[in-house]
Design a protein around this ligand. Sequence first.
Ligand code: ASP
Length: 347
Amino acid sequence: MQRPLRLLPALILCIGACAAPETPTSETAEAPAAAPTAKPSVEWAIALHGGAGVISRDISAEKKQAYLDDLGAALALGRGRLEEGASALDVVEEVVRYLEDSPLFNAGKGSVFTHDGKNELDAAIMDGRDLNCGAISGVTRVKNPITLARKVMTDSRHVFFTREGAERFGQEMGVEMVEPEYYFTQRRWDSLQKALAREQAEEAAAPEDKHGTVGCVVLDKAGNLAAGTSTGGMTNKRFGRVGDVPVIGAGTYANNRTVAVSCTGHGEKFIRNAVAHDVSALVEYRGLGVAEAAEAVVHGKLEKGDGGLIAVGASGEIALVFNSEGMFRGAADSSGRFEVAIWGDDE
Ligand code: ASP
């Protein structure tokens, strides 16, 4: 159904246009097999998301503003740190932590509930300089899963820890632990009850509030890329279910030669299509621009309603692409760009 455009405050501009495919430059089009060597056209760039899916346009003005405020505050945090010269990894971790601490998004505080009424969180981070990465899944007592994922990357000789092992490692590393009740929000609990009721009635689970996720991708002043993603997964997920977020190359990927990507949506689909790495591969092997590669994967390989992704390339090109009704998102760079949005036409 066509909805009227809604005007947002002056600071908040529509970024739907950012999802438009970009014509590849003759340079990239002529060098399909080579890694991009383009010099960044901006000093730094950042994009973030707070999840994609069926986001009702009927939410109250206050709630909409609360989302935009939190997205804007997280983006301003990242912008400030990048202006100071902070590293891409530091900025990714700090921005994702901010979003994890917000009860509005499905990550950290405010995570969705499993079928058994628990919160089991996944996260991953990746360093585009050397493909180093860290991931964790199924944690139930870690306040900021992105920080633990980073510790896995920097302080262990492994890439991926799960459940009790991940928590034991977190305790050894001194990351902040919380009681499981910390993640609770009434809204997510109510979503589970609705999903369970529908399931009992042998209907599909409620589409609204089913999932979400937070993520951030950054190009820093030194020309390095990093990506991080954190999630509570999907409402009503079964025991031990792990989504795409901590699967490197599915929900999270970064490579200085190509792109940093963070995904959100129906995790199983993103794993099957190795979405984040596929975007990187199109840039690396086919010489596509970042937006063009992201469009090709989100609209060409995934199905309508599956979700979306954010990406930033080595030249600072940002893509925010989704095939769902909306995606909480934001983008900024050193040219002065600073935008947050929810749907495709909310200017
Ligand atoms: N991709 C996440 C998962 O499947 C959920 C989401 O991003 O909405 O766990």
